[in-house]
Design a protein around this ligand. Structure first.
Ligand code: ATP
Ligand code: MG
Length: 401
């Protein structure tokens, strides 16, 4: 599309502004992440200045729409907008307002103008700039009125060191903190709706995520595993890179079937999952486990069952969905773009040999008595030995710079 007015993408960051001495490191991380996300949309110059990150297209070929959508998926950004850029004089600013704003304000009923001058040598004061730009808007947008208290859209004029920037409103960004600024966690990733959301919620808090999936081949199919890989790939729209480790639980499940009471299968299986996840987390320097559990959702997620599974590991277990309803989780899955894949009908290892009456109020002693029928450590070693790893990247061939 031919652009008449030069535009930039402005990304406003959220909580980083509270980070004091660490702010610089957060900012650098965020700029790198935005560079990576914008990579396929053409060359951009990305830099931070005064709590805003600018993405400036460097070529006519830049896809601004694509870059803008990608910027909205970067954690650590609370607001995104496209701004027009012009020379720092009133004539140019008003001409720019006349050309850029009518389309942005079409159908809008009320507005106000805010002007900011980081360059204090600019000859007009902020109220004077606002009044003049407001005048232009009133003259060229039909039916619009000023409302300084509750405007539908705020038009901002910023006079910065080199240029003036003009924008109308902003859209919400993905929020949270920049990726990889809050340690690393290992996500137990099933093919369901919940776990991808749980992982992305932790990524939103700045956690770097690695994933561990358990399969039970041949009881679970190759297609089921591919579905999980597809989910992992979809998650990279937000987390950029995701290592997915896969461990086979087949032998463990056969041992459980042959040697333990059926009612305990699910819980015992979860104990093995947690133990294996802990081992994997320690091997890959993850400081926490992350699961998609939600209190009371299924038998293995009652308080008593969670108490048992928590007691077998020595790492913090984050369950960001614990207080959420399925409906709320689905809404997040739709937002993150994982829902459609999650509902594809493939089996999970948890659905193999499912007990008819799983224990919902397990006693730890009874569970341990069941475990004692098995060579737990030997089975864990053996299963860990089946681990394979794949790396999913948002864009193949891109290295962080
Ligand atoms: P849904 O409830 O929508 O099916 P889910 O599969 O994520 O989603 P559960 O089966 O209730 O949920 O499992 C609870 C949690 O245990 C999951 O969120 C996930 O963190 C972990 N989990 C379950 N199955 C697996 C698996 N095959 N591999 C890795 N983690 C798993
Ligand atoms: Mg679940």
């Amino acid at each position: 599309m031919q652009q008449t007015i030069p535009e930039v993408i402005l990304c406003k960051y959220g909580e980083i502004v509270l980070k004091g001495a660490n702010r610089n490191a957060f900012e650098i991380r965020l700029v790198k992440e935005i560079r990576r996300r914008l990579y396929p949309y053409g060359p951009y110059r990305v830099y931070a200045a005064q709590s805003i990150i600018f993405a400036e297209p460097l070529s006519e070929r830049c896809d601004m729409e694509g870059a803008y959508e990608a910027a909205k998926r970067v954690f650590g950004i609370i607001g995104v907008t496209r701004a027009a850029v012009c020379e720092k004089n009133m004539e140019a600013i008003l001409a720019c307002a006349r050309e850029f704003l009518p389309e942005k304000l079409a159908g809008v009923k009320t507005f106000k103008v805010e002007a900011r001058r980081s360059d204090k040598s600019f000859p007009l004061t902020s109220p004077e700039i606002s009044a003049q730009v407001g005048g232009v808007i009133l003259s060229c947008v039909r039916g619009i009125r000023v409302n300084v208290r509750e405007p539908e859209v705020t038009v901002t004029v910023e006079i910065r060191d080199s240029k003036a920037f003009l924008r109308a409103g902003q859209e919400d960004g993905a929020g949270g903190l920049p990726l990889a600024t809050a340690g690393k966690g290992l996500l137990l990733l099933s093919g369901g709706i919940d776990s991808p959301v749980a992982g992305l919620m932790m990524a939103k808090r700045g956690m770097e995520i690695e994933a561990l999936h358990f399969d039970s081949f041949p009881y679970t199919s190759e297609r089921a595993k591919e579905k999980v890989m597809q989910l992992a790939e979809e998650m990279t729209a937000y987390c950029s890179r995701l290592y997915v480790h896969v461990i086979s639980l087949t032998h463990i499940q056969e041992e459980l079937r042959d040697k333990c009471e059926e009612d305990y299968f699910t819980l015992l299986l979860r104990i093995f999952m947690m133990r294996l996840a802990e081992k994997c987390a320690k091997g890959y320097h993850c400081g926490a486990l992350v699961t998609g559990e939600s209190l009371g959702q299924v038998a293995s997620q009652t308080l008593a069952a969670i108490g048992v599974t928590d007691s077998v590991v020595n790492l913090p277990v984050f369950r960001p969905l614990i207080g959420m309803d399925k409906k709320e989780i689905v809404r997040e899955a739709v937002k993150y773009g994982t829902f459609e894949t999650s509902i594809l009908p493939y089996e999970d290892c948890c659905t193999v040999f499912t007990p008819r009456h799983p224990k919902t109020q397990p006693k730890i002693e009874a569970v341990m008595a069941q475990l004692a029928r098995l060579d737990v450590e030997g089975l864990i070693e053996e299963a860990y030995g089946t681990m394979t790893t794949e790396c999913k990247l948002i864009y193949e061939g891109y290295t962080l710079r």
